[in-house]
Design a binder for this molecule. Sequence first.
Ligand code: NAD
Length: 509
Amino acid sequence: MRKNKNKAEIHFEAGPYNYIGGKWSHSGNSKEVFENRNPATGELLSVYPQSSKKDVDCAVTAAKNSLEAWRKFPAAKRGEILLKSMKLLMERKESLAQGMTREMGKILKETSGDVQEAIDTAFYYAGEGRRLFGQTTTSELPDKFSMSVRMPVGVCALITPWNFPMAIPSWKIYPALICGNTVVLKPASYTPDSARHLVEVLEEAGVPAGVVNLVYGRGDSVGQALADHPEVRLVSFTGSSAVGSKVGELCGRVLKKCGLELGGKNAQIVMEDADLDLALEGALWGAFGTTGQRCTATSRILIHEKVYKNFSESLVERARALKIGNGLNPHVEMGPLVSEMQRQTVDKYVQFGKKKDRAKLLTGGEILNKGEYEKGFFYQPTVFAGAPEMKIAQEEIFGPVVILIKIKSFEEAISVLNNTRYGLSGSIYTRDVNRAMRSIRDMETGITYINAPTIGAEVHLPFGGVKQTGNGHREAGTPALDIFSEWKAVYIDYSGRLQKAQMEEVKPK
Ligand code: NAD
């Protein structure tokens, strides 16, 4: 958990709880708890149970027991409950955003966006209740009708990270529910309040007991036990590639359905014909939004040599001027990192960049821990001039660090952009429509932006990446329905005789 010098001795009553089978209760099997602290101030916010495998068992059993009734409840009616939850989220948007900023640090504008993403997702999948389209098609045989329909998968385990504490759980919960599945959510331990707030909203909206369950605890115990549980039919995981590959392996062994949304090393290209002011705004937002802790964060900027000097100088100047502080302050542009551990990781990369990669540090590179920053996990916005093969230009840092790389041509830019193990998001700033079209064709990414930063996905489009960013599934939009449902092909023969597909000789009469 977060380490903080300022361990205020605030005592909570046996705190907020797991939610299993429609009841909020403390882990019945573990006395251990973890603290939830504000990464900007060290303030103790809440305490949650460090649950055990037995709690996972109880939650999966509750989800299993409620599956039959929920899957038979009409999808349109399920959608009405989702719509009610959307209205509750709208009413509470401001306080939910404040709570989120308090527990994970990103600025209020961004946490409001996070809640808005949950609202949009609820709205989108509520509507799916009256669609969930299958196909009707022809048959090769006479007097035979063919169609395909979506079926629920069963009990789904949802394992989520802390950087989008409400948006990412909502991306999983809403499509899962509309398809008729029941779920157990294991949120990241840095953002337990936001997960609780979302589940409270679902409960109030009328989601029946046992349909949504929430279990807190460590990834390597609770998360792993959940993914491994024999009654869990599907694991939807968002997090690091290192953990994702373990979860994938676990699921692969027992042929369990598994959706993995993992890391990124995203690049923004700035061509010599770009609107440089626009590209600069995009770069700042992409690199330092959410303090660089986004899977889609811009961590490399590939700049054409003709504009490199001008662009890099402007970027450094603007990065230095960013107002850093507590995200609750509306003037602050960049909050703290989520934890001391995350700050140490970022600093290790920065030190490696300076000493081993021999990248040129253009600004930043220091921990901020004096004065107003004393109690939080702050770090300077950091800009390096580097080269494509450097470790800091290859590995996901997940902090406010961006590497500038000089390129000579469009072809070189695309080749450098593609030269990582990840393939989540890529962006290009250019006024040349041909280059824009070629970028769409040639970027090895799940998301491509033209004249926009690498961040800014919308909920009705597919979200995810290629290569080691995932295992080929997509969240959001209609593709998410393909994770949370199974296709069933249906044949209705009304000929009154045995017709043998591929073996009948059918002739016109
Ligand atoms: P993480 O992999 O450390 O943890 C993610 C979740 O997995 C947490 O709930 C954690 O408790 C759980 N977990 C940890 N070990 C586990 C195990 N052995 N078995 C099962 N569950 C386990 O990631 P994080 O630090 O929370 O999030 C940051 C990472 O998430 C970054 O790599 C980022 O790129 C990625 N991310 C990806 C997307 C995407 O959609 N592609 C979105 C957001 C974040």
